[in-house]
Structures are given as C-alpha cells and as structure tokens.
Design a protein around this ligand. Sequence first.
Ligand code: ADP
Ligand code: ZN
Length: 433
Amino acid sequence: MAPDCKIEYLSREEIEKLQLVRLKKTVERVFEKSPFYKKMFKEIGFKPSRLKSLKDLSSLPFTQRKDLRNNFPYGFLTVSLQKVVRLHTSTGTTGKPKAVFFTQKDLDQASELIARSMKMTGAKREDIFQNMMSYGLFTGGLIFHYGAEKLGLLVIPSGAGNTERQLELMRDFRTTIVHITPSYALYLADVMEEKGLNPKVDFSLRLAYLGAEPYSEETRKKIEKIFNLNAYNSYGLSEMNGPGVAFECEEKEGMHLWEDNFIPEIINPSTGEVLEDGEEGELVLTSINREAMPILRYRTGDLTFLYPQKCRCGRTHRRISRIKGRTDDMLIVRGVNIFPSEIERVIMGLPGIGRNYQIILERERSLDKLKIKVEVEKGLFNGSLEHLKGVENRIKARLKAELMLTPEVELVEPGSLPTTTGKAKRVIDKRVI
Ligand code: ADP
Ligand code: ZN
C-alpha cells in the first residue's frame, strides 16, 4: 500500500499539534508501564499531567546508552511480552549490544517510514531493490526490507558480503536500487573493475541508499560518479527503529527527520543545554509513535545540526545535516580535536586518490603520531616517483591548511587496505594511555 505522504507537507503548526498529542500519550504510557521511566519520574517528582507544551519536554532528564544497558533486557518495555513480535539489537559498535523490541504496530510504522523515504527519492514499484545490509539482529536488513516490500518493489534480500554473489544477482535481475554502506559500495566498485566489469555500463543501478556510518559529501560524489547513480543519505539507529529516522530528499541537502515519529533536539554535549537551529551539537531524539519501547530524550551521540531554513522540496519536517561522527569518535591529536569524517572530506576531495583510507594513531616518546594510509588510483604506482611524491605532498598540505594536522602520509596500492561489508573501522588507535 502506498505510504501516506501528505503528512510530509503539514504546516509547522499542524506537525507540532500532532507531536504534542503523541508526546503526551507516550509520556503517560512510559509512566504507567516502563519500569525505568516509572522510577525516573518518581525520583524527579514528575507527573505526566505537568506536560502541557512541547517545550516542557526539556524539563525531563536525558536517557542514555548506559540506561539501556543497565536496564537490559526488559526495563524499557511498555507492553507485555505477548504483544512483542520482534527483537533487534544495535551492532554494538560501542560496547555490549542494546536490545530493542517491536510490536506488530511498531513494525508496520517502521515500514511506513522506509516506504515513505524510498518514495521521496523516486523509488517505484517496478524497481528491483537489492538490500546489501546485514540481515539478522542488525536493523539495516529486515527493517528496510519490509519497507521496500510495502512500497511494492521486488526485494532481493542478499544481505551483506559474498561480493561475487552480489554481482551475479545484480546482473541477473538487473538491480536498480541498492542499500549499502558507503565503504562497501567503494569496495564493490573495486571488485567490479577487477573482474573487468564497468560499474556504469554492465549494471542497471540508478539509486543507492547509503547509511549506517559517517561519510563525507566527497565520498557520496565519488560513489555517484563511479556507478552513475543518485546516492541518498539514510540515517537511523536501532533505538529509534533502525533506518528511516531521517532521509535525504531530491535536494540532497540535509536529511528530513520524520517529525511525526520523532522529536529532535540538538544539545551541547558537555553541558546538556538545548541549542538553536543551525548550531552544531549532539542529536537527542524522543520517539513519539512507538508502542513496545518508546524512549524519551535519547542521547544519540551523533553530531549534527538542524537546518533553520525550509527545504526547497516543500516538505516541512526539519532536516538534520550529514552526521559528522559520534561524540566518542573525536580524536585528540597533539591537542587538536578532529573527527575522522573531516580527514575523509579532505582526502576524498583530492585528485589521484582511491577508495579507501586508514587512520593510525601512535604515541612516540609521549607525543602523538598520526599516520594516514591512503589508497591511490589504479596505475599511479606505475607512474613516476615524483608524481607520487606530489600526491603525498598535496594531501599533507591540505590537511595542514584545513585541519592544522601534520600527519605522516603513506600512499598504498588500491585494494591493499582492509575492507568490511558492514560498518568500516577506519581508526586504529595504538596509543597506550
Ligand atoms: P551501533 O550504536 O551499535 O552502531 P546501530 O547499528 O543502531 O548501532 O547504528 C546507529 C548509528 O550508526 C547511529 O547512531 C550513527 O552513529 C550511525 N549512522 C547511521 N546512519 C548514519 C548516516 N547516514 N551517517 C552517519 N552515521 C550514521
Ligand atoms: Zn526536502
């Protein structure tokens, strides 16, 4: 069934009215049913009836990852187990996995958001969709899968990995849309070329949904160029259903955060103060349309800002910017604060650079040493040494000028750095602190 897209164009007033109704319901629900929130509300002396406007949300404490862990597995549940039909966990990039539960209604709603997001980017029933995200406990597989089915596409549940089989499926069934991590997309292109296949000509791809990990605008452009397709940024986290929390529209300028399901706030990660639209900080989300496990003011750890302007596409749900990284991804190198995504932006924007890189941190006589291994384009190693040196110097100069970093740069052959089919691990921190 076609998703209800009218909701994307509600006036601000209408959205906020809907949000308030849903927020009140959610707050009452967790107060009555969730052991965690029951206790929290009691401790702070909060009664749901005190919540009169959306602004009042900021008087509640944040919910943090550690709260989910400390109340693992059932402390956030607001329905009986009889009503729960699905469990997902986060991939555990940052420690022990967190358990997230869904009722049938939650799953239907999560599918609706995916169907809506896909429709927004021009996916059609006749499209053939290959979902190259890991199936199983990770939400990127199943949650996206059901959304694409809901929109009526032919879904190939290929999962992540097994690259040869992926290519075969893509060619046999003439896949037009893929859902994939950006790092795996670049690796896929390498394998295609190794096999003498042309990513533009020998395949039928027209759209890609890239998400699950931070990446730069430069990387998006690179992927679009290699495959000759339109790539859209897709954001989500298991605690809030998984994918389908925020998604880019055709304007590709920030991701519309589906405000009929989530209330976003941006806070200063050190002080917790709520920031204005346009100011960068940590994204805090409240799920207002969840049955099994709604979460209030959840600190995602993701750094972004809300665009103050309306989107040219006419949709009224506010947009978050490309995620810069997680607060805990920040590296401090000789006193300079830096996110891996900023290094990526600089490197990937330069000519002669290949598709993978790695950041290595070491400590030598109590001084931090930053080393960046960068794959170069094919053929560069057969050229002159001087040319290679030129590329290396250009990387160094750019990093110095833009980020005040003076790393050691090592150029390596295409395909020589480790790859993954899921979330990339770009940073190796060997510093013993
Ligand atoms: P984990 O916390 O174990 O990685 P998830 O699998 O739920 O759990 O991953 C969600 C996280 O993945 C987000 O909080 C965010 O850090 C990252 N992420 C997801 N989509 C994007 C995206 N489009 N851009 C940047 N980061 C993303
Ligand atoms: Zn838009």
